[in-house]
Design a protein around this ligand. Structure first.
Ligand code: SF4
Length: 379
């Protein structure tokens, strides 16, 4: 019998505008597809309900996008009812929604609050209008700061996404963004370096020389700047890219970093259930067409063998600043770290990139700056 995951993700693939660097699953200026998306999402949820046979209890719900708050007030209510009909958020559970500052009126925030949403993740990216313009974001810094305050007056928790490594973004600009972020009523901050994804307009503009990648050294220094500024303001650096005030870590994302299982619905959504990882079609139109005919639309599916699961658990667990408990890991996967990845472990320890302390394996400060390559050694 399947032990159903207690975390669920839903993907809302609509945005006002398609930012040039973004390769997420979404469509912009195609709001006429929203009713069909609702219809298909309902079909997907109903199919799952037939398999599970029950309205499942969950500890976290995460509605991501796209821009979920691009939906109208009525559509947000409709979405909340649809979700409540299929999942029962347990007392103390986390209910997150991603949002953009544009068009996020108080009425929408109140609807979210009434629906039980208790955490808003706002894609602010920067408090510098020049940086926002370069990123093709449609909001401006002052307006975003106002939305943050309004959201925090209605919802229990507001998180900000901020971006560094943007062409033309100086250390002074990044510093001002960080300072403004910590001056606002937010309990969580995620910081990401701009990535240049193949197939995006930014990737082409970089290839043609129109946009210059930021030097690695500057990007590293901006990352260290974020750590210094945010921890100095009382945020705990709990994951490579994430910072939280005490008690406000993102519980949904902790499920991913602990290599636990999760459900997911909507186009492009990736799930991990019963040892099988699968991803729905990333083309919104293809996903809609398929579900409109009552057929699931899965692009990739793989059963994860125990060894692969254990290796991924190391890679993900090392993203947490406290690392992971080695004894717990060994009893969960029935293998010792030494047997599974002795060479990678020895290399990381020898190079001072990893440390073992109080039974936890974690990245050192040196390892943190090379997190992707150090953790990839375990795969
Ligand atoms: S608003 Fe966010 S999800 Fe939408 S296109 Fe821009 S970066 Fe991508």
């Amino acid at each position: 019998m399947i032990q159903w995951p207690r975390a669920v993700y839903l993907h809302v693939p609509f945005c006002l505008h398609h930012c040039g660097y973004c390769d997420f699953t979404l469509v912009a200026r195609r709001d006429h597809l929203i009713p069909q998306w609702f219809d298909c999402l309902q079909r997907e949820l109903e199919q799952h309900r037939r398999e599970s046979g029950a309205r499942l209890p969950v500890d976290s719900i995460f509605i991501g996008g796209g821009t979920p708050t691009h939906l109208s007030v009525l559509q947000l209510q409709q979405l909340a009812e649809l979700i409540a009909g299929h999942f029962e958020l347990q007392p103390g559970g986390e209910y997150s929604m991603e949002a953009n500052p544009d068009g996020l009126e108080a009425e929408k925030l109140r609807v979210l609050y009434e629906a039980g949403v208790n955490r808003l993740s706002l894609g602010v990216q920067s408090f510098d209008d020049d940086v926002l313009q370069l990123l093709e974001r449609t909001h401006r810094a002052d307006a975003a700061a106002e939305v943050v305050c309004e959201a925090a007056s209605i919802l229990p928790a507001v998180s900000l996404d901020l971006m560094f490594g943007v062409p033309g973004q100086s250390e002074a600009s990044w510093q001002r963004t960080l300072e403004r972020a910590v001056s606002l009523p937010v309990v969580h901050v995620s910081t990401y370096g701009l990535t240049w994804e193949q197939g995006t307009p930014f990737f082409r503009r970089q290839r043609s020389g129109e946009l210059q990648r930021v030097e690695e050294e500057l990007e590293r220094s901006q990352y260290l700047q974020a750590i210094q500024q945010l921890t100095g303001a009382g945020f705990e650096h709990y994951e490579v890219s994430n910072f939280a005030r005490p008690g406000w870590q993102c519980r949904h994302n902790l499920v991913y970093w602990r290599a636990e299982e999760y459900l997911a619905f909507g186009p492009g959504a990736a799930r991990y259930v019963g040892g099988v990882r699968s991803t729905s079609c990333r083309s919104v139109v293809k996903w809609l067409r398929s579900w409109s005919e009552g057929r699931a639309c899965v692009e990739e599916e793989e059963r994860c063998e125990p060894e692969q699961r254990a290796r991924e658990a190391i890679m993900l667990g090392l993203r947490l600043r406290r690392g992971f408990d080695v004894a717990e890991f060994e009893s969960r996967f029935g293998v010792t770290l030494q047997q599974l990845a002795g060479a990678a472990l020895a290399q990381g320890l020898r190079r001072g990139q990893l440390e073992l302390a109080d039974g936890q394996l974690r990245l050192t400060e040196t390892g943190l700056l090379l997190a992707d390559s150090v953790t990839a050694e375990f795969l």
